[in-house]
Design a protein around this ligand. Structure first.
Ligand SMILES: Nc1ncnc2c1ncn2[C@@H]1O[C@H](COP(=O)(O)OP(=O)(O)O)[C@@H](O)[C@H]1O
Ligand SMILES: [Mg+2]
Length: 158
């Protein structure tokens, strides 16, 4: 897909892995990512069950100043939180069987909207993620409380 080439080259240099020791470090990263977010940003989180996607999302919410509790959106696909410095749209697309469900949901209003979208299991809907999406891959580390979190190119999901 030619139109992805520029971001592919841009992405080459920022791919890096980070060993995270302890949940608090994951939370620090989440709060930092909240600071970096501008309206219309999309953060795609990929990684196995228990890798830390929801933990990271909760810290992003905290960093935005969201005061409502973050609950799992598993049965609703998306939940919206409006108490922070910009809206947070938390997606969990694990149970999506067809990307058409995203169209029915009106996903474009979220992805190209006024808030920050955080998408758990984003690899399942890789083809509809905006070109500017930041992708974070979370995996298990060597110890119980270790994780590896790396920012990877969007092209690596497709
Ligand atoms: N370094 C770490 N970062 C994030 N979570 C960790 C870490 N170490 C242990 N954990 C635990 O791993 C689990 C991650 O769960 P969760 O965030 O719900 O994952 P996911 O949403 O990817 O399924 C939590 O129980 C958390 O306490
Ligand atoms: Mg989760």
């Amino acid at each position: 897909m030619l139109f992805r080439l520029p971001s592919f080259f841009r992405d080459l240099w920022y791919t890096r892995g980070m060993i995270i020791k302890g949940e608090e470090k994951t939370k620090e990263l989440g709060r930092k990512l909240a600071e970096e977010a501008a309206p219309g940003a999309v953060y795609a989180l990929v990684g196995d069950l228990g890798a830390g996607k929801t933990t990271l999302t909760k810290a992003i919410a905290e960093g935005l100043g969201v005061t409502e509790p973050i609950t799992s959106p598993t049965f609703t696909i998306v939940r919206e939180y409006d108490s922070g410095r910009m809206p947070l749209y938390h997606f969990d697309v694990y149970r999506i069987s067809d990307p058409d469900e995203m169209f029915e949901l009106g996903y474009e209003d979220y992805f190209y909207g006024d808030g920050l979208c955080v998408v758990e299991w984003a690899d399942l809907i890789a083809e509809i993620l905006p070109e500017e999406t930041r992708v974070f891959r979370l995996s298990y580390g060597g110890e119980e409380d270790e994780r590896v979190i790396e920012e990877v190119p969007l092209g690596s999901l497709i």
